[in-house]
Design a protein around this ligand. Structure first.
Ligand SMILES: C[S@@+](CC[C@H](N)C(=O)[O-])C[C@H]1O[C@@H](n2cnc3c(N)ncnc32)[C@H](O)[C@@H]1O
Length: 431
């Protein structure tokens, strides 16, 4: 019997028996209320096909079937220590999360809780391959708890993947720079027994990430799990949650479990800054729900690119600050003097983290400390940010700007405009 000929009931029996040998009565309890006569004939057939062995009253998994649960379970506490050590190291190095990239990281306890539910409540056998999409730190953590699974961590942030690299098992854990708005690399289609994602909390992102999950898990029974925004996230959350479920159903997914408030998040600095502006000091209050579905692997959505975000940005990490600069259409032969323009009320800490706030469209330079500016002369500003990152002197930065415009003459008196921007940006980057 091949993998593809197995039914969901076969997987339910394998999943139960990989944990321990069981009697018929115990299997009836653990196999999702499979009808007794169906279970009896299934066990007979599995015995004949050397998937299970019968020893007196007890059924056990045949030795030819890989049992990834055994080591996972036996080494759980040791692996958990390892996962905490890795994540502490990663958290110590990683850049400050950025609002524009929706970088809300889980707390240590949130990570442990979600990993435990995902792995222990999985209705299918322990996965051979797992994809973590848009959940890079969680993927790094969970990879230590799944010692016999192949792990793929897909994320659009190169900076995050670079930070994780040193602390994951490079033989088993594959870090892939991938923006879900692009079509999925063909070699990843049908690669996952389990997909987990934690997207930005907007319906169009859920639709996009669900599409990619269906592609990733095509051709097999698979677990698809994600964090869902809670009931009161926004005034329209109830309707939006309903929409997410409708989309999941339209992709043929079946809900197997929902756990509320288990995904606990750190409040990132950018969000704390917006709250402080309103006089609120808040602890880590955000929590998400964990929704777990099963897919029968029959739906393969079209592998097309889909735009969700507007605008194009370049980013740099300066110290720990992520700086994003909007790419503007500038003639490379015409020098435009750099200039930073504050927002109307003179506050540089942006008042919002909402994607729907119209202020977003006006911001051209945005830091993970929630400083935002309109800018003029983006190419010169980009060179200034690069220079600050590379610890260049002001003179060196000015020369690098001149080199950026080989066909334009930039007179010495332009220096003062450049220096003003350089000084101001340095003060915001902590330089
Ligand atoms: C809400 S955070 C989830 C992080 C997760 N809680 C953790 O601790 O690992 C969203 C993640 O999705 C990533 N992301 C946002 N848009 C994406 C896209 N279009 N494609 C891939 N990743 C994306 C971000 O870089 C970020 O890592």
């Amino acid at each position: 019997m091949t993998q593809t000929e197995k039914t969901l009931a076969h997987y339910a029996v394998i999943r139960s028996l990989e944990r321990s040998p069981q009697t018929f009565k115990q299997l009836l309890e653990s196999c999702h209320s499979l009808f007794p006569d169906q279970l009896a004939s299934l066990l007979g057939e599995m015995e004949a096909n050397h998937l299970v062995r019968r020893d007196g009253e007890e059924y056990a998994l045949d030795g030819s079937i890989p049992n990834r649960w055994r080591r996972l379970y036996t080494d759980w506490n040791e692996n958990l220590d390892r996962a905490y050590t890795s994540l502490s190291a990663i958290m110590g190095r990683i850049h400050l999360p950025h609002c524009l990239d929706y970088e809300w990281w889980f707390t240590h306890s949130g990570r442990e809780k979600v990993a435990e539910l995902l792995i222990h409540n999985n209705p299918l056998p322990t996965p051979e391959s797992v994809v973590f999409l848009g959940s890079p730190l969680f993927g790094a953590f969970a990879s230590a708890l799944l010692p016999e699974s192949k792990i793929y961590i897909l994320d659009k942030s190169d900076a995050t993947l670079g930070t994780i690299k040193k602390d994951v098992d490079s033989e088993r854990v594959h870090l892939i720079h991938y923006d879900a708005e692009e079509s999925l690399p063909q070699e990843l289609v049908g690669s996952a027994d389990m997909v987990f994602f934690d997207p930005p909390w907007y319906v169009d992102y859920y639709d996009l990430f669900l599409r990619r999950s269906m592609q990733l898990s095509y051709g097999r029974y698979a677990t698809v799990a994600f964090v869902l925004f809670p009931l009161l996230t926004r005034p329209t959350s109830l309707q939006e949650r309903k929409r997410v479920f409708e989309i999941a159903m339209s992709y043929g997914l079946s809900l197997v479990s929902m756990e509320t408030h288990v995904a606990h998040y750190y409040t990132p600095q950018f969000e704390r800054e917006t709250l402080v502006r309103r006089g609120i000091e808040a602890k880590n209050w955000r929590r998400g729900d964990l929704a777990m579905f099963i897919s029968d692997g029959t739906r393969l959505p079209e592998n097309i690119a889909l735009r969700v975000e507007e605008g194009q940005w370049r980013e740099l990490i300066v110290g720990k600050v992520k700086v994003k600069v909007r790419v503007k259409d500038e003639n490379p032969d015409i020098y435009i003097a750099p200039e930073l323009l504050d927002f109307a009320d003179g506050h540089v800490a942006l008042p919002t983290v909402s994607r729907r706030d119209p202020i977003r469209k006006e911001i051209d330079l945005w830091t993970s400390t929630q400083r935002g500016f309109k800018i003029k002369g983006w190419r010169a500003i980009w060179k200034i940010v690069e220079g600050i990152r590379d610890n260049l002197s002001f003179e060196e930065i000015f020369e690098s700007i001149r080199r950026e415009y080989p066909n334009a003459t930039i007179p010495e008196l332009e220096k003062s405009a450049v220096e003003k921007v350089w000084r101001e940006l340095r003060s915001h980057f902590g330089g």
